[in-house]
Design a protein around this ligand. Structure first.
Ligand code: 3PY
Ligand code: MG
Length: 251
């Protein structure tokens, strides 16, 4: 199996990642070489469109060992097909609220007869046709991460976790806080309590759980609780904080 990230989740290992939302292939190339287990390429928030993500995937391949995870903007199966063709093997989908939605996503990432993914002869994902068994081998390599970000999703955690092909859950603290009535307060004690409880429920159902968190103390706590996919910072956050910190030393 080539998707080391997926294997690491199965083994129970923690994967530390960096989030990128600036849409820059150069940034992705630099970060991919920094030693993180994964790099999140964000096609939901931030400026990245399909070709921007494509370039960032190329940059990751050139820049280093980090596993790219692509977060797509919606559940559109024709868009999912295009990202998979581009070589995405670890796909994150936002705002997944129901088992029906999760099942449709599993179907979207699998070729017939197991799903409805459209077939292309020689996409980038197949090394432009050089990986001869791509069409039969790829299903096992694809890692599907769904995002519970609403009250409704919380009600359906066990139903979604029971679906074969849903590999992991990545909690969106910002949207979840908003859905719970605490918009802009992802660190509100009640939001954190619900996140921790959701993590336990996902783990009890036998699936991996992850989160994007930039508060260092809370990030450590999530790791202690067994969160496995942990994005610990972002390109935009690092740039802002680094630039402000530098200037503050001289002014
Ligand atoms: C959220 O906080 O809602 C997210 O989607 C983070 O990735
Ligand atoms: Mg979100």
């Amino acid at each position: 199996a080539k998707n080391q990230f997926k294997q690491a989740l199965k083994k129970g290992d923690v994967q530390l990642g960096i989030w990128t939302q600036l849409g820059s292939a150069i940034t992705a190339e630099i970060l991919a070489g920094c030693g993180y287990d994964f790099i999140g390429l964000d096609g939901e928030h931030g400026p990245s469109e399909y070709l921007d993500i494509y370039a960032q995937l190329q940059a990751c391949a050139a820049g280093g060992p980090s596993q790219p995870i692509v977060r797509i903007p919606n559940h559109d199966i024709s868009l999912i097909k295009r990202y998979l063709d581009a070589g995405v093997n670890t796909l994150m989908v936002p705002q997944v609220d129901t088992a029906e939605q999760a099942k449709a996503l599993v179907s979207a990432v699998r070729y017939p007869p197991h799903g409805v993914r459209g077939y292309c002869g020689a996409p980038r994902a197949s090394g432009f046709g050089r990986i001869k068994n791509y069409a039969t081998a790829c299903d096992a390599e694809i890692c599907l991460i769904v995002m519970p970000e609403t009250r409704q999703a919380l009600e359906n955690i066990e139903a979604m976790a029971a679906i074969d092909g849903v590999d992991a859950f990545f909690i969106g603290p910002g949207d979840l806080a908003a859905s719970l009535g605490y918009i802009g307060q992802p660190m509100h004690p009640e939001v954190v309590r619900v996140i921790e409880e959701t993590g336990r429920r996902v783990q009890a159902a036998g699936k991996a759980v992850g989160i994007l968190c930039t508060d260092e103390t809370q990030t450590r706590r999530y790791i202690e609780l067994g969160f496995q996919i942990v994005a610990i910072g972002s390109d935009q956050g690092l740039l802002t904080k680094g630039a402000e910190h530098l200037l503050a030393k001289f002014r």
